[in-house]
Write a protein that binds this ligand. Structure first.
Ligand SMILES: Cc1cc2nc3c(=O)[nH]c(=O)nc-3n(C[C@H](O)[C@H](O)[C@H](O)COP(=O)(O)OP(=O)(O)OC[C@H]3O[C@@H](n4cnc5c(N)ncnc54)[C@H](O)[C@@H]3O)c2cc1C
Length: 281
């Protein structure tokens, strides 16, 4: 995977991406010398780094063109709760606004110009606007490449060729559609499934219940299943603003996902219910 980049500004000192160990070391060093951090992109990475930077006492501005942080992954209701959480911790969260230009002087970043005309001064800018599968080297191999290496339900891209993890999309038999997940748990489970199918023949389709978590400040958010855009969300134990709550995602009345906000035990019954429904399909 490689970080998605903005059209310009990455040559400036003080402009970072976050993917590997070297990136982490550089970013941590930048946090020791600069006070003003601007994070472009309010996804998982951006919001987790915002929380860490605030914990270090830095001034943090987060910019995203969508209406709420993490909206693509969690929907607008939870996005709004995450926005409240970060604002309560002192993040200057600017949603609904894009980046026009990263500005610099003498090859060093000085600020970020936004689409609403504002200019946010910065010592350090993190561009966290997603990542792309590194599949260029497979061009001409004959493997199906689209959203990563495209596999069937057995994680098989071609006879004898299997793929797993961030770089692989596959047909999820339970949901009947192609998926590509960028979560650690999936990389482990899919790696195991691909290896078994490679060694034993295509015995078992890969049909997991997706799972991920994110830790921000004192909040642990965990989600099981699929949280589809446009799904109906109801709060079943507590509600946003409470210390803990459970959000249940439904499509056509059927539970497709559950999210716990500091509620690891409360969401397990929903997980069980979704696993049973997947197995029955
Ligand atoms: C900063 C950050 C924080 C994250 N936090 C979380 C989290 O809290 N929870 C969570 O669930 N997920 C998290 N993720 C996502 C998680 O790290 C990935 O989903 C997981 O690492 C995917 O595993 P993978 O083996 O598919 O890919 P990777 O871990 O990226 O490993 C791929 C390996 O392949 C190597 N490689 C690349 N090209 C080639 C080639 N041509 N030949 C040989 N080797 C090659 C790479 O160097 C790398 O070592 C995070 C990701 C990042 C970047």
């Amino acid at each position: 995977m490689r970080p998605r980049l903005l059209p310009g500004g990455h040559h400036l000192d003080g402009v970072h991406v976050l993917r590997g160990h070297t990136d982490v070391v550089r970013l941590r060093a930048a946090f020791e010398t600069g006070r003003r951090v601007v994070i472009v992109g309010a996804g998982f990475l951006g919001m987790e780094v915002a929380a860490s930077a605030r914990r270090l006492g830095l001034d943090v501005t987060v910019v995203d063109p969508l209406a709420q942080p993490m909206m693509r992954q969690l929907g607008p209701e939870i996005g709004a709760a995450i926005a409240d959480l970060h604002r309560a911790h002192g993040v200057d969260l600017r949603t609904g606004v894009g980046v026009r230009e990263i500005r610099g002087e003498d090859d060093r970043v000085t600020g970020v110009a936004l689409s609403d005309g504002a200019v946010v001064p910065a010592d350090c800018v993190l561009v966290s606007i997603g990542a792309e599968p590194n599949v260029d080297w497979l061009g001409g191999s004959g493997l199906p490449l689209g959203d990563g290496v495209e596999c069937d339900e057995f994680c098989r891209a071609a006879p004898g060729v299997y793929a797993a993890g961030d770089v692989a999309s596959w047909i999820h038999p339970g949901y009947g559609r192609r998926m590509r997940l960028e979560h650690r748990m999936n990389a482990t489970e899919q790696g195991t499934a691909a290896a078994l199918n490679l060694l034993h023949g295509d015995e078992r389709p890969f049909s997991p219940l997706p799972y991920f978590w994110t830790d921000q400040y004192e909040v642990k958010i965990q989600a099981h299943g699929v949280l589809p855009e446009g799904g109906e969300v109801t709060f079943e134990k507590g509600s946003p603003g409470d210390e803990r709550f459970v959000a249940v995602y439904r499509v056509d009345g059927r539970v497709t996902g559950v999210l716990g906000w500091n509620a690891p035990a409360l969401i397990l019954p929903y997980r069980k219910q979704m696993l049973e429904a997947l197995a029955a399909r």
